[in-house]
Design a protein around this ligand. Structure first.
Ligand SMILES: [Zn+2]
Length: 258
């Protein structure tokens, strides 16, 4: 399996072999540099693709799922303006979703946190600050980000969240160690809508629907207007194709709270 541990093991074995070889035969330094570049490239790609399970095992999609269920997930909220619109759409279509909160946003929107729970959706942890240098944090700082978010949400709804989604879907050894400590389930996705990047709602919708299969986990953001419009179309598509949108914990039959 292509993961961090195996790649390190293989790279080390190749390095030692090359080193021994170089004692007896001329070996260019570029062979060593190439080996390092290969290791580095694979590790960078693996770190940016949560679906690879390179650093840790995440729930990215339920393979061979027998029911026509998918899980729609929303990151970066709760948002005063757009989360209520998302909730109204979900209600109208009797769909359930999973919301990964930024802790500082949850702190500002306690009523929305309560409403999301009251309407039967699931919530998860998406760090407290969602810093764009989060991926350079050490283990302890990652733990603090996760624990602060859990504490903030627990003070509002008295539930200890067990689902965690890393910002940008990036994973690394510090996050792996932090998760071992906090014992969260890591939730990834297999359908990245690019709703924060693309400007055309048809294009975003098409990215989601073209490869949709039972058990899919879809990534959206309840922090912007275009997602509301995409969701409206997506829920119609799901209905026409007999799909049901369920929460992550329903899809996987796991516990979302401690
Ligand atoms: Zn995010």
């Amino acid at each position: 399996m292509l993961n961090f541990k195996n790649i390190n093991g293989i790279t080390l074995a190749l390095f030692v072999s090359l080193l021994i070889f170089s004692f007896f035969f001329y070996t260019s330094i570029f062979v060593f540099i190439t080996l390092f570049i290969l290791w580095f490239t694979i590790t960078i790609i693996g770190s940016f693709n949560i679906g690879w399970n390179y650093h840790l095992q995440a729930f990215n999609s339920k393979k061979n799922h027998s029911k026509r269920e998918v899980a729609i997930t929303f990151d970066d909220g709760p948002n005063k303006e757009f989360t209520p619109q998302i909730l109204a759409l979900l209600k109208r279509h009797q769909a359930k979703g999973t919301f990964f909160f930024i802790g500082k946003h949850a702190e500002q929107q306690p009523k929305l946190v309560q409403q999301i729970i009251a309407e039967g959706h699931t919530i998860g942890n998406h760090t407290f600050s969602h810093s764009n240098v989060f991926d350079f944090y050490g283990k302890q700082k990652v733990i603090t980000e996760i624990e602060n978010t859990n504490t903030t949400v627990a003070s509002i709804i008295n539930k200890e969240m067990k689902l965690f989604r890393p910002p940008y879907g990036v994973t690394n050894p510090a996050i792996t160690k932090a998760i071992k400590h906090t014992k969260h389930h890591v939730i990834g996705w297999n359908i990245r809508s690019l709703d924060t990047v693309k400007k055309d709602e048809k294009e975003i919708l098409n990215r989601i629907t073209k490869n949709l299969n039972p058990g899919a986990v879809i990534l959206l953001h309840d922090s912007q207007e275009i997602t509301v419009r995409v969701l409206e179309q997506l829920l119609l598509f799901l209905q026409e194709n007999n799909y049901q949108s369920v929460t992550i914990d329903t899809l996987y039959n796991i516990k979302a709270y401690a």
